[in-house]
Each structure stands twice: as C-alpha cells, then as structure tokens.
Design a protein around this ligand. Sequence first.
Ligand code: ADP
Ligand code: ZN
Length: 707
Amino acid sequence: MDDSALNYLQNTFGYADFRLQQREIIDTLINAADAVVLMPTGGGKSLCYQIPSLVRNGTGIIISPLIALMHDQVMALQQLGINAAYLNSTLDAKTARQTEADLLSGKLEMLYVAPERLNTSSFLHLLRQIDISLFAIDEAHCVSQWGHDFRPDYIKLSILHEQFPDIPRIALTATADKTTRKEIRKRLQLEDAREFISSFDRPNICYRITESQGNARTALLRFIQNEHENDSGIVYCLSRKKVESTALWLSEKGFTALPYHAGLSAQIRETNQQRFLKEESVIIVATIAFGMGIDKPDVRFVAHLNLPKSMEAYYQETGRAGRDGQPANAWMAYGLQDVITLKQMMTTSTAEEKYKRVEHQKLETMLGFTEITDCRRQSLLNYFGEPLDKPCGNCDNCLTPTETWDATIAAQKALSCVHRTNQRFGVNYLVDVLTGKDSDRIRQFGHDKLNVYGLGKEYEARQWRTIFRQLISRNLLTVDVESHGSLRLTELCRRVLRGEETLLLRKETKLAKTSRKGRKSYNTDKASDSVLWEALRACRKKLADENSVPPFVIFHDATLSEMMERQPENNEQLLKISGVGESKLEKYGEAFLKVISEHKNNKTSEASDTVNETLLLFRSGQDIGTIADRRNIKTSTVYSHLASCIENGELNLDEVIDLTQQDISIIHETLLSVDDGSRKLKPVYDALDGMFDYNTLRCVQAATLPA
Ligand code: ADP
Ligand code: ZN
C-alpha cells in the first residue's frame, strides 16, 4: 500500500512513528477535510500540516504571527531538503519578489506568511493563480478577543473559507480553554471541522518547588551545578534589577548567563536571544517577557526565582522546557517574601476592582499549588480540566513524598501573637516575640510582658517564617499593605484558634534535597561515555556554524544521544536513528560517522588503561566518590569502568554494589524482559519506575548480559 504520509515521516523527517493524533489529523487534511487542533507546546503540531502539504498537490500556505518562528521553521525545512519560504516584512523587496516568482512557478512546497498579508488584494490575487494544498492557521487563539494575544488580522482570516472553499484548513493552538476553542471555530468558520484535543500533560517535565528563605539564588546555583552543568535553560525573575544581578552572579560562577528584559536595547535583546538559540549551554535570565515565539527544543530547565502570578503563567513558562520530549526540569524556589510582595502588588494595583478580584483569585490558586503535598501534575492538569487518575511519579511530591505535621498548636501560637500585638506588626517582629528575642523594640511596646513572648521557643526563627508563610498562603492571615506589611487575622483563622480545625502543614526540612541520583538531565546520566557525547556535540556545533543555523537544527539532543548509544558504523545504521532523514544523512552523515569511528578506535587502546587505573584504586579500598574526585572523572564513568570489570570477570557484582538478592533478581528480570539487543538502560529504568539509578542498572547489566 502506498503510504506517502509515513514515507515522508520516515525518510524526510527521519522519525519512526507518528505521535498521538498526528496520523489522524494528517489523514483528515489529506482527505480535504478541515481540522481544529489543540496540542500542548512540543506536542508536534508542525508535522500535522507539513506532511499533508507534501502529500497533497500544490503549496501549503501557513499563517503564523511570529516572524522569528517563521524564519526558524523555514530554515529547518530547508535542512530537510524541502523547498519552503516565507513572506513577511523583514524581507527586502528583491527577495520578496523572488519568493513570489517561486510561488507562481509552483516550486514551493510550503509558504509561511504573516496574517496581515492575507488581507491584501495583491496577495489574494497571487493565491488565486496557484495550486494550494492547504491553509494552516498557527497560533489560532490569536483570533480570540479575550485572549492575551489578540490580533485583529486574524479575524479577517475567515476570508480563506469564503474565497477558497475547497481548500482544507487546519487551525492549531496550544491554548487550552473552551471559550477560545469555540471562538476559533466560529470566527474562522470552522464549525464543521473535526476537533483534535491532545492531553496537556507534559510528562517529560519534572515539576519541583522548593522553599527558600532569602537564599533562592544559592539554591538555584546548586540546582544548575548538580543537574544542568552544560545545559541551556531559562531563569525567570520578577524584576529587571533581579534579572541583571542574577545574570551577573551566574556569570561570576562560570556560566554563560545573559539578561533579557524590556529595559535593554532592542539590539542587546536580539543578540542575547540569538546566542541563546545558536550557542550551547547558554542560560537566559529574563522577566516573563522572554519566551513567546522562541522555539528552542532543547531547553533543559526553566527555573523560577519568583512565584508566577497564576497557574496559566506557570504552565506556559515551564512549558518552554523540554519541547523535544526529553527529560527537563521545571524548578522553582519561593519564600515568604514572594508571597508578601505579590499580595502587595495586587492590592496596590490600579486595575479595576473586578479585574483585581480575578487576579487575586488566581494568585491564591497558585499559592495553594505551591503548598500541596500530593502530586503536582495531578493538581496542575486538574486546574486545566484534565483529571489524571494516578500520581505522576515525576514531580517533587511524588519523588520525595512530603511529610506533613500537625501544626495546629504552632498555628494557634502564631495567630495569638498577631492578635495580642494588635495586628500591627510584620513577620519578623512577630517571630522575635514568639522566640523571646531580647530587643529594645519589644520592651518599648511592652510585648515582653505578653504571655506569647517566648512561647514559641521550640522552633527556630526560620521555622516560624515557614509557618507564617503557610498561614498566609492558606489565607489564615492577610498582609496589610497600608501599614507596611503587618499581618491581620482573617475570618478563616477562628476555627483554628478555637481548636475546631486541625492544621496539617508541610515539613520543609527535606525540601532542599529533592534532587536525587538518577534524576539528572539525561545527557549527563547516560554519559558513561561523556567523551563521545562531547565529540558529537562539537561536530554538531561546527556544522551549525558553517551553515549559520542553531545546533538543534542540525540534530536534536535526542538524536545525538541515540548515536552515542547505538554507535552506528554505516549509513544504513545511521538512518535508523530517530531524527536522521535522507537529506541530513547526505549532508552530515559522514561527519558524524567519522566522529563515532574515531572514538571507537581511541577507546580500544585507551580504555584498558583508564579502566585499569580505576580498578587499581578500587582494589586499594577507595570508595567510588573518592576515585571520581582523584581521577577528575564523573562517578558515572567510574561505575562504567567497574561495570566493564564485572563484565570480564575481574570483579564480582557484590563487590561494587550493595543489593539484596531480591533486588538483583528484579533488575535481572526487567533487563531480560525489555532487552532488544540495544543495551539501552532507559527502558529498564522506566520499567522499574526509577527505583534504581543508572549506575546500579549498568553494573547488574554487566553481570547479567555481557556484551
Ligand atoms: P509544537 O509546534 O506543537 O510546539 P513541534 O511541531 O515544534 O511542536 O514539535 C516538537 C518537536 O517534536 C520537534 O522537534 C519535532 O521535530 C518533534 N516531533 C514531532 N513529531 C514527531 C514524531 N512523530 N516523532 C518524533 N519527533 C517528533
Ligand atoms: Zn507527581
């Protein structure tokens, strides 16, 4: 059977299978019917119109509001050997004329255009003279007057249906809510279109929220150093000043960190954005303004140094991580001061009362989200109307269950302290009173005579601040802005004060340690062979520079990582790797095969030396951490050396790893059941739900399945 869609997917794009509903969407268009598609960022929307454009006769016209994105997409298509172009205001007259000529001659498979162009009669006239395979309306939510991204030109796109009734249309968006969806159908005259709604879950993103007490930056540094040393990431801060200082600080610590905010000149912003796209391991420190229209698939982490204002903002901003589907982290540190600042900002905002109430409500929900002790993903998806029936296993609360404690008495003490001091003081003062601090100010007010003075000595000041934060988050206390952040009691606190309600709060002490072995970003984890990984990245960077494209346009991380695992030796084997299609094979295949074969040759000669050195140190009784430090190699490399010793019988498994017989047989069986000859550990790791780290698995693999 002729399956052109699958042919294009495999040979041109180099992917093995369609994802989610891609197949059905593509077939709908090939059969000349309309579609409305709702898919989260990174879900794979582009293929849904790119493949039908290739399969059907004529040129696919893609309407996109984001000029930078148009350019990137066209560049990526050209790399795949597809004849695509764009028309927008950034082109000079000559190039624009050439593109129009190409369009008329039927050469173009796809043409990207800005929406305003479709409202000009000259362009419509052009379109009437050519064969059109389909119209794709990207970012279709821009048609909604209620949304943030409303564009008047989108409204007029109904003209497509009027003037080209036989050409199939597809409208795509990543914006979730029902009202917008209805509006898209109505305004674009897509009432009869089939609707495809994908889950909004982003399973590869690990959500983590940690408490900070004024030390968020240090926590951020530790997070980046431990888990994202060589990765690209975005750090969001609330203010320009904080953006600047954080970028500077990270730079001082040896990272390439660039600021991005509206106060910088357009030129600096552009340069920083380009560096983020084109270089590797660049961290952008930005206000929330950064991100829209940036389609970088390999952002490995998004970190928030402040609390986002709503769940929508949180989802959107964290969603910029891991568009390539590879593991990514959404990390946030927030503290008492955040809560107070945001509440103050809302109260003092000059917005309309009605609007303010909505904002407030959204902030409350966001705050609630940070404090929950069960699965974050369940709660997040639930907010967007998509219940998830099981905890996800990939968020901080799932990975390191948070303990709660009965804080009723502590809360009563805190609340009475507010009451006894007449609701006139801020957190720091209240904590001083509770812990019985020796202070002139307290004596001045006579608060050392109160029975709450020193009543809370069982906790340290920092613990009390955590308690106050949660009381504010839960609305048992509010922050009075007029009087400099003094705390006031709310209606809700009565039940707690009277002992009618038990209050369970998070135990925070463990929170800073959410990071666990085996949860690192994937490239460092699998880097048993970090030398090859670096060599492949260097090869990609060189080719990217030669072609003036970002590295990910050459190959995604996932493709390199598969090369590393499979170590292909010829074109045929290379083509089997996801992301390698015919055009890229021809352009870059040779270069990458060379890197891999050189690596193999080097390895056989050097390997025995370096493994022997590790073995020697290990036999001399040094532990693995010490060996790694002494040899200045990663612990994962030490394990891989030891694994090869296990493999050739120089060591026994139990000399290296401390496991029960039962553990060994669980891993053993899993290894055998998922074994497909590739020796990949990720499927084993996943099948075991992350119960054992990669190092352990590698060693058991060496004992079970010698290569
Ligand atoms: P969206 O526009 O929905 O944010 P994209 O179309 O940019 O997402 O796709 C996200 C990433 O997933 C891209 O890097 C794309 O190449 C990749 N991708 C899409 N479909 C597939 C597939 N069927 N198999 C493998 N990778 C895919
Ligand atoms: Zn979870």
